[in-house]
Design a protein around this ligand. Structure first.
Ligand code: KE4
Length: 431
């Protein structure tokens, strides 16, 4: 039986000085029950909590660790950079080299600006879209998460062409009045909204493959409608690839899906596990950003030398292995999904699995999950029991039904066989 005594002790201390005892809400385990674990170290596919319990990690820091925890090449790059200082607030060669790699890899990106978080990347990209088009309104999709910028914490208004209401306290109503939230994968609703607001929409933003309602793949007709109608209307198409960038393909979801947006937000993997994100796109659009153009965006630690060193090392490794790495993880995830489906059938537990490349979600529902409404039919309580049963068997998955399970290059076939066996047992526990 695992002890979590040290996690419990630290959680009690944390509660006195940090809201909810955590620095990001999902870490609080609220939707899966129980108290949060405090982690001490990671090693390859494993993460160890402060009580010495070892878990096969499928959260992978929510996506950045595509080579697993503490890969030697990335640690060496960070250590070498740190010996020269941690931050200059001035330009460095490494930032140029990282920007060059991103431009060479991502189809939509001709110029890129480095920032420190996914929220900052998406927020800045939307500001650029508004500055470039001189329009205020934006369209986003239910179940997509783009960080915690005020205008994105919005929920669909009453009708599909009425603008949004705040979805968080502290967000003034007028800041969501220019945001219109539509159902994901609904080409018709999108067409209606564009027809209702001709030449008013600055940008349409989405997770090209959704990860924040659990994994949901876009329908081809939906993506085609977005690309076609935004082009016709002079609206910019923004892919939020904070999760999918460099995860689904070296060129991201846009390479995999064959749809090129006007702007892209990146994060997670490009920082190699350190705070670094980016937004980029067509040169004429990006040249609206200060100091070239009138759209202001800045950051003390933008392009931080340690984060850039980690990101550059990670992208260098990805580039070296890109011809085999993505196929390998895709096949591994296919096998894990297959064994999970078979185990669920044997246990008599209704599940739906959505999977793209090295990210997948097991939904505890009988409904096909194609948008946020169908995702919400999942039995969150059953997911919580599944999460705890896996934890007891040494497997750590996302503490929320509406996230993704990730693989990394550190997850060998033997490790994944252990995950599959634990999943089979956990499914019997929740049957
Ligand atoms: P950050 O500001 O958390 O770096 O990135 C925001 C963001 C933007 N866009 C997408 C598609 C994202 O997934 C995220 C952040 N992802 C969540 C989990 N899916 C981060 C975990 C957390 O909030 O603690």
């Amino acid at each position: 039986m695992q002890s979590h005594a040290n996690s419990a002790r630290l959680f009690a201390e944390a509660l006195r000085v940090i809201p909810g005892g955590v620095n990001s809400p999902v870490r609080a385990f609220k939707s899966v029950g129980g108290d949060p674990l405090f982690m001490q170290r990671g090693e390859g596919p494993y993460i160890f909590d402060v009580d010495g319990n070892r878990y096969i990690d499928h959260v992978m820091s929510w996506g950045p660790l595509i080579f697993g925890h503490a890969p030697p090449q990335i640690l060496a790059a960070i250590t070498e950079a740190a010996a020269r200082g941690t931050s200059f607030g001035a330009s460095t060669e490494a930032e140029v080299r990282l920007a060059q790699k991103i431009v060479a890899a991502v189809p939509s990106v001709e110029k890129v600006r480095l920032v420190s978080s996914g929220t900052e990347a998406v927020m800045s990209a939307v500001r650029v879209a508004r500055g470039f088009t001189r329009r205020d309104k934006i369209i986003k999709f239910e179940g997509n998460y783009h960080g915690h910028s005020d205008g994105f914490l919005a929920k669909a208004g009453s009708g599909l062409t009425t603008f949004d209401l705040p979805d968080s306290a502290g967000v003034p109503k007028n800041l969501t009045l220019d945001t219109l939230t539509l159902p994901y994968n609904d080409a018709e609703a999108f067409r209606d909204a564009m027809r209702a607001h001709p030449r008013e929409i600055a940008c349409v933003m989405l997770e090209a493959v959704a990860g924040n309602m659990g994994v949901v793949t876009p329908r081809a007709d939906f993506l085609h409608a977005l690309r076609e109608l935004t082009t016709a209307d002079g609206t910019l198409l923004l892919f939020d690839e904070v999760i999918t960038g460099f995860r689904l393909a070296y060129g991201g979801a846009q390479e995999l899906l064959g749809v090129t947006p006007d702007l892209t937000a990146l994060g997670k993997i490009i920082g190699g596990g350190l705070p670094l994100a980016a937004y980029g796109g067509r040169a004429d659009i990006m040249d609206t950003v200060a100091p070239v153009g009138p759209v202001y965006q800045a950051g003390t630690l933008s392009g931080n030398p340690l984060a850039v060193a980690a990101g550059l090392a990670q992208l260098t490794l990805l580039e070296q292995h890109k011809d085999t790495l993505y196929t390998k993880m895709h096949c591994q995830m296919h096998a894990l999904a297959q064994s999970t489906k078979e185990a669920a059938a044997r246990a008599g537990v209704p599940i739906r699995i959505n999977r793209v490349g090295s990210m997948m979600t097991v939904f505890f529902t009988e409904s096909k999950v194609t948008d946020f409404t169908t995702a919400k039919t999942a039995d969150a309580a059953r997911y919580g029991a599944y999460f705890r049963a896996l934890l007891e068997r040494g497997v750590y998955i996302a503490p929320s039904q509406f996230e993704a399970l990730f693989l990394s290059m550190a997850h060998t076939d033997d490790i994944l066989a252990e995950t599959a066996a634990a999943i089979a047992e956990a499914l019997h526990v929740v049957a």
